[in-house]
Design a protein around this ligand. Structure first.
Ligand SMILES: [Zn+2]
Length: 164
């Protein structure tokens, strides 16, 4: 993805009030390897149920504030992130809800989905099996996963912004 500046991020949130946006702690942007990411996602260490996701929708940064469900999924089963579609142990996937943008969100209307708990889909989709004959080429596999992830992230935030 194209790099995001602090201003890009602060101006991107579609489902939070001005006051809430000012209080969002930003991650260390100088450490981000932008070319290996489809979106920037991070959890809030000061408010453990909160998470943030920012991506580029065409040329516009779009950010959403997420709230993790406090309810844990049963352990020992496998779950799937709806954005990167990586099957994982259920404790690594969390149900997040996002308030809808605008009036619908202020009235309590939310969109919920399962996402990697650490909001690091971009890292997990780049883990590939070793290159072997008869197996898909790892670079091709990552490109395909990346395209799918981008499309689903766009769909997720478009849903949040859609007038209810
Ligand atoms: Zn994921």
């Amino acid at each position: 993805m194209k790099a995001l500046s602090e201003d890009d991020i602060r101006s991107s949130f579609v489902n939070a009030t001005h006051g809430e946006i000012q209080r969002i702690p930003l991650p260390g942007l100088h450490e981000v390897i932008w070319q290996d990411r489809e979106y920037l996602g991070w959890r809030d260490h000061g408010a453990p149920l909160r998470g943030y996701l920012v991506h580029w929708a065409e040329d516009l940064p779009v950010g959403v504030v997420l709230r993790a469900s406090g309810v844990r999924m049963r352990s020992g089963i496998s779950a799937m992130c709806s954005l990167c579609r990586t099957p994982q142990p259920s404790d690594q996937v969390t149900m997040f809800s996002a308030a809808r943008a605008g009036r619908a969100g202020r009235e309590g209307n939310t969109v919920g989905t399962y996402i990697c708990s650490d909001l690091a889909c971009s890292i997990i989709i780049r883990i590939t099996p070793p290159k072997l004959p008869m197996q898909p080429d790892p670079a091709e596999l990552v490109a395909r996963r990346s395209a799918g992830l981008l499309q689903r992230v766009n769909g997720f935030t478009a849903d949040i912004m859609r007038p209810a």
